[in-house]
Ligand binder design. Structure first.
Ligand SMILES: CC(=O)N[C@H]1[C@@H](OP(=O)(O)OP(=O)(O)OC[C@H]2O[C@@H](n3ccc(=O)[nH]c3=O)[C@H](O)[C@@H]2O)O[C@H](CO)[C@@H](O)[C@@H]1O[C@H](C)C(=O)N[C@@H](C)C(=O)N[C@H](CCC(=O)O)C(=O)O
Ligand SMILES: Nc1ncnc2c1ncn2[C@@H]1O[C@H](COP(=O)(O)OP(=O)(O)OP(=O)(O)O)[C@@H](O)[C@H]1O
Ligand SMILES: N[C@H](CCC[C@H](N)C(=O)O)C(=O)O
Ligand SMILES: [Mg+2]
Length: 488
C-alpha cells in the first residue's frame, strides 16, 4: 500500500524523505520487520523502540514512524508524530482497510466476566454463523486459534486479526475490551456495534489512579458503539455509566436480577451442575439452563442473551448454545480424576471474583473448602490483603502461595496478602512453591471436601522474573492424584 494512503488522517508533525513509496508490511517490533516495511517506534515500559531503527533497517524497513528525535538515515523515510499509539491505531485501520466495518463486533468490558461472556457469545453465534474471538485465552480468526499475549491486543495486531476474520467470512466478532486497551488507544478506529458492561470492582489500581478513573476509562467503550449498549444495573458503576450514556443516540438495554431490568432472571436455581432460571425479556420469556455453576453465570448469560436479542438471534439458538456449552477453560473447571477428589481450577484473581467463586462453591459443598491462591507480581498491590481476607473468611483452610510473581519477590507479595489475614485464626498456611501448595491441599482433602485452586485458570505457565516456565494448575493436580494412586 502507498505510504501516503497508510498515513491518511494521521496527525503528522514532520516528514523526512519520500512518502510516495510502496509499503508491504507494518510492524512495531523490529524483530518482525520485513522487506519494504514500515517500523513504528514505541517507547515502551521496558525499552525504547527508537533504539531499534538500525535493526529494523537490517530486516528491510524502508520507513519509520517516530515521536522522538533520531538520526535520520539518508534514503529512508521518517514520519514524526506527537502520539505514537493514536497514530499507530489509525495506521493499523488504514493498512488493513478498516476491517471492523465488515463485522458485527460485540465489545465486552468490566472487571470480571469478559472471557466468560465472549466465550458464551461465540458458542451461540457459531451455531448458524461464523464468529471470531479476541480475548484473554485466545484469538480465533474463523480458521486458526492462537494463544493471546494480552486480553486486548495492540492496535496493529488487533486490526490484523479483524482483517483475517473478515477474509475468513466471519460475520461476528466477540471481543474483550480491557481498560488498558481503552486507555492505550488499542481499539481506536474499531467499529463496535454492541457494548456490554459487566461490573466494576477493585483491580488494576497500579495502572489507574483510583476506581473513578478506572470506571471513566471503561465508560469510553459505550460512546464508540453504534447498535446498542447492554448494562448490568445491579452493579453500582453500571448505574453510573447508564446515567451518563442514556441520552446518546445508541439505544441501551439493562440486565440484572435484583432491579427491574430489560433482561431479568427469575426463579433462579443452582447446583454443582449449573444454573437454571426463567428469562424475562421485553418480548418473551424462556426457561434457561446453563451447565456452568455460579450466580455470576446468571449475570454473564443475561448479558449474552441481551446481545443476541439485539442481533435477532432466535431464542431456540440461544438456548441450544447455552445448554450445550462446554464451559469456559480455566473457569470453574473440574479436574477430572478417577478418585473422588473434588478439585476446581478457577481464574479468580480479584477480590470480587474470589468472593463470588467461594460463595458458589459454598452453595453445594458438603465438606470443607480448601483454597490455594496467590497474587500476581507487578500488578495492583492494594487488592492483595483484601483477597487474603476474603479467602480466609470463606475457606476452612487457606493456602497462600505464589501466582505469577514476575519481577517481584514472592515473599513480599505473600507478606502483602498476610496483612489481610487474621493471625489469631489458625486456618491458613503459607507455602511459597505453588506446586507444593497444590499438593498439600490435595493431601489434606478428604471425601466431600472441595479444593479450589484460584488465580491462574487456563494459564499454562508461571512467570518468575521475566521468564515464563511451564506450569498448569490442572496438570499438577492431576499428576499428584495419580501418584497417590500408585502409593496407595
Ligand atoms: C505494560 C504493558 O502494557 N506492556 C505492553 C507493551 O509492552 P511494552 O510497552 O512494555 O514493550 P517494551 O518491551 O517496552 O518494548 C517497547 C517497544 O520496543 C519494541 N521492541 C522491543 C525489543 C526489540 O528487540 N525490538 C523492538 O522493536 C517492542 O515491540 C515495543 O513496541 O506492549 C506489548 C505489545 O503490545 C504488550 O504485550 C505489553 O503487555 C504486557 C504483556 C502486559 O502484561 N500488559 C498488561 C498490563 C495489560 O495490558 N493487561 C491488559 C488487561 C488485562 C485484563 O485484566 O484483562 C490487557 O489487555 O492484556
Ligand atoms: N460476572 C462475574 N462477576 C464476578 N465474578 C465473575 C464473573 N464472571 C466470572 N467471574 C469470576 O471471575 C473469574 C474471571 O472470569 P473471566 O475470565 O470471565 O473474567 P475477565 O473479565 O475476562 O478477566 P480478565 O480481566 O483477566 O480478562 C472467573 O474465574 C470467576 O471466578
Ligand atoms: N489479566 C490479568 C491477569 C491476572 C492473572 C493472574 N494470574 C496474575 O498473574 O496476576 C492481569 O494482567 O492483571
Ligand atoms: Mg479475560
Amino acid at each position: 500500500m502507498n505510504l501516503g494512503k497508510i498515513l491518511d488522517n494521521v496527525d503528522i508533525l514532520d516528514i523526512y524523505g519520500d512518502i510516495d513509496i510502496d509499503i508491504k508490511s507494518v510492524e512495531f517490533d523490529s524483530r518482525k520487520v520485513k522487506n519494504d516495511g514500515l517500523f513504528i517506534c514505541v517507547n515502551g515500559a521496558n525499552v525504547n523502540g527508537h533504539m531499534f531503527i538500525n535493526k529494523a533497517i537490517d530486516n528491510g524497513a524502508k520507513a519509520f514512524l517516530i515521536s522522538e528525535d533520531v538520526h535520520m538515515v539518508e534514503g529512508y523515510t521518517f514520519i514524526k508524530v506527537k502520539d505514537i499509539k493514536k497514530s499507530m491505531a489509525k495506521i493499523a485501520s488504514n493498512f488493513y482497510n478498516n476491517p471492523s466495518e465488515n463485522l458485527d463486533i460485540i465489545g465486552v468490558t468490566g472487571t470480571n466476566g469478559k472471557t466468560s461472556i465472549t466465550t458464551f457469545l461465540s458458542q451461540i453465534l457459531n451455531i448458524d454463523h461464523k464468529c471470531g474471538v479476541i480475548g484473554t485465552i485466545k484469538i480465533y480468526d474463523g480458521i486458526y486459534e492462537i494463544p493471546s499475549q494480552n486480553t486486548t491486543p495492540e492496535s496493529l495486531d488487533l486490526q490484523k486479526s479483524l482483517y483475517n476474520m473478515s477474509k475468513n467470512k466471519c460475520e461476528y466478532c466477540s471481543m474483550e475490551v480491557s481498560s488498558h486497551s481503552l486507555a492505550l488507544n488499542r481499539i481506536d478506529g474499531v467499529d463496535i456495534k454492541i457494548g456490554i458492561f459487566t461490573n466494576l470492582t477493585e483491580d488494576h489500581l497500579d495502572f489507574h489512579k483510583n476506581l473513578d478513573e478506572y470506571r471513566n476509562v471503561k465508560e469510553q467503550l459505550f460512546y464508540k458503539t453504534s447498535k446498542a449498549n447492554i448494562i448490568n444495573i445491579d452493579d453500582e458503576s453500571g448505574r453510573i455509566i447508564l446515567n451518563h450514556i442514556k441520552d446518546l443516540n445508541t439505544p441501551y438495554y439493562t440486565y440484572g436480577i435484583e432491579r427491574d431490568a430489560d433482561f431479568m432472571a427469575k426463579n433462579i436455581e443452582m447446583d454443582s451442575n449449573g444454573i437454571y432460571y426463567t428469562l424475562v425479556t421485553p418480548t418473551y420469556e424462556a426457561k434457561i439452563r446453563v451447565p456452568v455453576p455460579g450466580k455470576f453465570t446468571v449475570y454473564n448469560t443475561l448479558s449474552v442473551i441481551g446481545a443476541c436479542y439485539v442481533l435477532n438471534i432466535p431464542i431456540e439458538t440461544i438456548k441450544k448454545g447455552l445448554e450445550n456449552s462446554e464451559g469456559i477453560e480455566g473457569r470453574f473447571e473440574l479436574v477430572k480424576n478417577d478418585k473422588e477428589y473434588n478439585i476446581i481450577v478457577d481464574y479468580a484473581h480479584t477480590p470480587d471474583a474470589l468472593k463470588n467463586i467461594l460463595s458458589a462453591v459454598k452453595e453445594f459443598s458438603k465438606g470443607k473448602i480448601i483454597t490455594v491462591f496467590g497474587c500476581g507480581g507487578d500488578r495492583d498491590k492494594q487488592k492483595r490483603p483484601i483477597m487474603g481476607k476474603i479467602v480466609q473468611e470463606n475457606s476452612d483452610v487457606a493456602i497462600i502461595t505464589s501466582d505469577n510473581p514476575r519481577t517481584e519477590n514472592p515473599k513480599e507479595i505473600i507478606n502483602d496478602i498476610l496483612h489481610g489475614i487474621n493471625n489469631k485464626i489458625n486456618n491458613y498456611i503459607v507455602i511459597e512453591d505453588r506446586k507444593k501448595a497444590i499438593e498439600k491441599a490435595i493431601n489434606i482433602a478428604k471425601k466431600n471436601d472441595i479444593v479450589l485452586i484460584a488465580g491462574k485458570g487456563h494459564e499454562t505457565y508461571q512467570i518468575i522474573g521475566k521468564v515464563k516456565y511451564d506450569f498448569d494448575d490442572r496438570e499438577i493436580a492431576k499428576k499428584f492424584i495419580d501418584t497417590i494412586n500408585i502409593n496407595n
